[in-house]
Every structure is written in structure tokens, then in C-alpha cells.
Write a protein that binds this ligand. Structure first.
Ligand SMILES: [Zn+2]
Length: 285
């Protein structure tokens, strides 16, 4: 039976308050009743001062978390999306490695949502961005470029120079490396879904469709192709979807999160903001 989009329950899992709007606006448009679950919406106690928060105009973490919550509420005001938030901390607020308790909090939320879900679709980040391990070693000096030209000729040197420029861009800090919070959320959700399916394969509702949305703006530095290849090695073949977005509508949604645009407001500009969003789906098990 073909299930119409509105007849199914959809959960868009967002690591941070802005991720659903930045990366899955087309999913939200297609599923106007989708619930948005922001996982890392907690405030550390006692409050802490972090440079990114200060850059965004906040005194401390309490100020930042409350303001970002208000931005998120405003972004979805007037929509039918339910917003849920978990009190887990984003990476800059952590003082040690993530604990099993963090995963347990997310697992409990997922289990509660799934227990009442019809034809569940769970969306989560794919993991776009430059993987830390692929940032290349420093480029060789001028002497080597002459050697390269002698060996491979002018066309080869052109490619070599392009690689050098790319390396320079990566190492001056303009590269958006893959966000560790995104990977933790994605992998924790996947682990839990697979665990649930293995534990109770016969239970109704234990077939779950998952969808990985391509992380914006990280995809500007490196798209999710590599991350999706790794996911398909684990989950089997994934179906790619490309949905057109109305960039004016998306920009208006993104601008609700104005505190986070301080560092690089160009990501909402024409010619930077892509006219479509990509995602990849697979049915579990
Ligand atoms: Zn994020």
C-alpha cells in the first residue's frame, strides 16, 4: 500500500537548534506534521563562557541556550511541526567524553516516539564536511612543483596547483570539518534503531525508514558522498533524493537563527545557498 506523506509519522532529528532548518527544510515542507527533535539543547550547570557563544553576542551558555531556544521557537511558530528538545550538551560545553547516559536519554526518546509511530520515518544528518583524517599533509615547496612539471607536463601541473590551492583553503581555516555532534547523533540513532529491530523483529512498527539529510553548510566544503558510502557499507544501498527548495523561503527560515549566522552570513546568499537539498533513504531492517 502506498502511504501518502501526510499519513505517516516523521521525526527529524537535529543535533543543534538550526540543523533541521538549514539541512532538511524540504523534508519539513513535504511532511508538515513532522516532529523536530533537537538533541543537544541543554545548558551546562553551572553556566560556562565559550568563545563561539561570545562571538555570537552571548554572555555565557545560559544566555546562548535560551536565545537559541527562542530563535528555534520563532522559526517554527505558525507551523504544525511539534518541537521537542533533549537536555544534552553540545560538544563545546562538554568537559569530558560523552557518556552512555547521553545515549540512554536519546534512546528513551526514540523508543517513546517509535512506540506510537505509524509508518515511521526517522531523518538524521548524513555527516557532510571534511573528515579530519583527509586533511592532507603540507604541500611540497617550489622545487617540487618544478619537478612535477618536468615529470607530468603542464596539464598535470595545473591539477597539482589546484590541489595546492585546495590544500591552502583547507588549512587556513575556511574548511568546514565534519561536525562531531552530527556524527554522534547519527550513529547513536542508528545503533538504537538496529538494536530495537534486532530485539523485537516481529513487533509491528519495527520496520523503520531512515533518511540522511546532507548537512548544510558543511556540504560547501565537502558533500556527503563519502559519508553515504560508509553508511551504505553498513546499511546496504541507499536511494538518493533531491528536492528543490525555494531559496527565499529557506533563507527566511534560516534567518531566524541569526545568532549563528554571525560567523559567516554568506551561507544564506544567492549563489551560495543551494537550490535543492539532497538526502538518502533506506528501510531498516
Ligand atoms: Zn549542527
Amino acid at each position: 500500500m502506498q502511504v501518502t506523506p501526510s499519513a505517516r509519522d516523521v521525526l527529524v532529528v537535529a543535533p543543534h537548534p538550526d540543523d533541521a532548518a538549514y539541512s532538511a527544510s524540504a523534508v519539513l515542507a513535504e511532511h508538515p506534521h513532522a516532529t523536530v527533535l533537537t538533541v543537544l539543547a541543554g545548558a551546562p550547570s553551572p553556566p560556562v563562557v565559550r568563545s563561539w557563544d561570545q562571538q555570537c553576542g552571548f554572555r555565557d551558555s545560559d544566555h546562548a541556550v535560551e536565545a537559541r531556544r527562542q530563535e528555534d521557537d520563532a522559526a517554527f511558530a505558525g507551523t504544525q511541526h511539534a518541537l521537542r528538545r533533549l537536555p544534552l550538551l553540545e560538544a563545546p560545553y562538554l568537559t569530558g567524553p560523552r557518556t552512555a547516559q547521553d545515549a540512554a536519554v536519546l534512546d528513551a526518546e526514540l523508543e517513546a516516539w517509535l512506540s506510537a509511530a505509524h509508518e515511521p520515518l526517522v531523518c538524521m544528518p548524513a555527516g557532510a564536511g571534511v573528515p579530519f583524517r583527509t586533511i592532507p599533509a603540507p604541500p611540497p615547496g617550489r622545487r617540487w612543483t618544478r619537478v612535477v612539471k618536468r615529470i607530468v607536463g603542464a596539464p598535470g601541473k595545473k591539477l597539482f596547483d589546484a590541489a595546492r590551492r585546495r590544500h591552502r583553503n583547507l588549512t587556513v581555516g575556511s574548511a568546514r570539518t565534519v561536525n562531531g555532534d552530527h556524527l554522534w547523533v547519527r550513529d547513536t540513532v542508528l545503533d538504537h534503531l538496529e538494536h530495537l529491530i534486532r530485539a523485537t523483529p516481529e513487533a509491528p512498527g519495527r520496520t523503520v525508514e531512515v533518511e540522511f539529510y546532507e548537512d548544510y553548510p558543511y556540504l560547501l566544503s565537502q558533500d556527503a558522498t563519502g559519508a553515504v558510502e560508509e553508511l551504505s557499507a553498513r546499511l546496504g544501498p541507499l536511494d538518493e533524493r533531491v528536492r528543490a527548495v525555494d531559496t527565499a523561503v529557506k533563507r527566511a527560515l534560516m534567518e531566524h537563527y541569526r545568532s549563528q549566522l554571525v560567523g559567516d552570513s554568506s551561507i544564506v546568499d544567492d549563489g551560495v545557498l543551494p537550490p535543492s537539498e539532497r538526502s538518502w533513504t533506506v528501510r531498516l531492517p
